[in-house]
Write a protein that binds this ligand. Structure first.
Ligand code: SAH
Ligand code: SF4
Ligand code: F3S
Length: 466
């Protein structure tokens, strides 16, 4: 299942550019933060005359923006690099330039090891140093094999160019905006604190300016991004400390911005102001991605999640009390070291209690260097598979029930792209489902009133009303 709210294996690719210039092909893996970074890197390179292409054969520069979250995600990069090596050889025979770069979380985690394992790679750039990419590229073209995985002191966001109007238009009416990066939580299964560094929040003024620029360029929906987006903190008027709830309120005041979302949240950082934002801000969509990982307190403790199953359930109850229309989404890991059948049943029981609109579940994947890798009681692969299958069946049932419950509802739909059938447009429901509707003279970027008429396994169908 692909999604916009959790770690995904292959993310949407940047838009294509006109022909006749140097071309960069960026392949994005992982979470939405990588999608955002890929766009920023493309913007940074445009100053050097590079245009984005979605055709690998046209590219003079290929960047793999990688994900390290699970073993499979990381291994994909090396198989892709094998293919690129063959292409590079063929290009060399034709005397054509072909530069290969690895960016993102595998770059950060493995650094120069990538150059050793994949000799065709010219540059390796970590997520904190994208603003130095044009310079690294220059050096690579002079024959240097560049590795830059520092945690730069300077703020990369300050140095990355803002998207130009035309680029934003090409990317559509819904945009991502990274407001927070990194993580200090150190869940024992997770690589993110090592690949993205410690928690950093972008200042309020920088975020507001970027949001206003996006809206000015035609964007109507913004999703605020962060590995722990609800840990965002900044300074409000007069220097008072503020959190994500206040940031959402500030962004809500931007005229022309129609809807706001945020992801991913940690249960520990859902404060009162943020919960109340779901009651008070009509532009804030009723959707909350709140990963829990497990329903067993023993496992949650071993995972260092620093909350119990009861804490999580109580939190959901508080949020639902102010916003009953809320769709809850979550992430789960099965087969964490030491997980017994009983622990797993606790997870199933928690899922029953919450009733998820959507969820993402994974088999525990050993990540070298994390505390989980060193723990006793690793669970057999077959057991993990069985548990995952049972959990996914239940989550699918809940997802289907939630979608079926939407039928008959009237909603405002932001039209985002053309549909598969001629004359059809697709938007997102408040609860993030793709919704297909006959265009009937409406255009991408319009918000129209529709009635939901049907629910498929992955999308809804609607008819325009009024
Ligand atoms: N910051 C987010 C998670 C980012 S990673 C949070 O705290 O919720 C996205 C998801 O990948 C996690 O929620 C988790 O379910 C999954 N994940 C992370 N590390 C994993 C591992 N080692 N094995 C399997 N799944 C993992
Ligand atoms: Fe990883 Fe935990 Fe941080 Fe999420 S909160 S990024 S799961 S360490
Ligand atoms: Fe993957 Fe890095 Fe995102 S490990 S999930 S790309 S933060």
């Amino acid at each position: 299942m692909t999604d916009r709210i959790s770690a995904i294996d292959e993310a949407p690719q940047p838009a294509a550019a006109p022909r006749n210039s140097r071309k960069v092909f960026v392949k994005t893996y992982g979470c939405q933060m990588n999608v955002y970074d890929s766009e920023r890197m493309t913007d940074a390179l445009s100053k050097d005359g590079y245009e984005a292409t979605t055709t690998l054969e046209d590219a003079d520069l290929v960047l793999l923006n990688t994900c390290h979250i699970r073993e499979k995600a990381a291994e994909k990069v090396y198989s892709e690099l094998g293919r690129l090596r063959d292409m590079k050889k063929a290009r060399a025979r034709d005397g054509r330039e072909f530069v290969i770069g690895v960016t993102g979380c595998v770059a950060q985690a493995e650094g120069s090891e990538i150059l050793r394992r994949a000799p065709a790679v010219d540059l390796v750039i970590g997520p904190q140093t994208y603003h130095r990419l044009p310079d690294a590229l220059k050096r690579a073209k002079q024959g240097e094999r560049v590795v830059d995985t520092d945690y730069a002191i300077e703020d990369k966001f300050e140095h990355l160019p803002a998207p130009k109007k035309a680029q934003t238009r090409a990317r559509g009416v819904a945009a991502f905006l990274t407001v927070q990066e990194g993580c200090d939580k150190f869940c024992t299964f997770c690589v993110v604190p090592y690949t993205r560094g410690s928690e950093v929040s972008r200042p309020l003024s920088q975020i507001v300016a970027e949001a206003e620029r996006l809206v000015d360029a035609g964007v109507r929906e913004i999703t605020l991004l962060g590995q722990n987006v609800n840990a965002w903190h900044g300074q409000g008027d007069g220097g008072a400390p503020i959190g994500l709830g206040a940031l959402l309120e500030r962004l809500s005041a931007i005229e022309g911005l129609a809807r706001i979302r945020y992801t991913t949240s940690h249960p520990r950082d859902m404060d009162e102001a943020l919960i109340n934002a779901h009651r008070d801000l009509p532009k804030l969509m009723p959707y909350l991605h709140l990963p829990v990982q497990s329903g067993s307190d023993r496992i949650l403790k071993a995972m260092n999640r620093r909350h119990t199953a009861a804490d999580y359930l109580a939190l959901i109850e508080r949020i639902r009390a102010v916003q009953p229309d809320l769709a809850i989404s979550g992430d789960f890991i099965v087969g964490f070291p030491g997980e017994t059948d009983e622990d797993f049943e606790d997870t199933m029981a928690l899922v029953h209690k919450v009733g998820y609109a959507q969820a993402f579940s994974f088999k525990y994947s050993i990540r070298p260097g994390t505390p989980g890798a060193e723990m006793d009681g690793h669970v057999a692969e077959g057991v993990k598979s069985e548990r995952l299958e049972r959990l996914q069946a239940l989550l699918f049932q809940q997802q289907t029930a939630f979608a079926a419950g939407c039928v008959g509802k009237e909603i405002d739909l932001l039209l985002e792209k053309t549909g598969r059938m001629p004359g059809q447009l697709v938007g997102r429901s408040p609860w993030l489902h793709p919704v297909n509707v006959d265009a009937n003279g409406s255009e991408i970027g319009d918000i129209i009133r529709v009635r939901i008429t049907g629910a498929g396994p992955n999308s809804l169908f609607a008819e325009a009303i009024g």
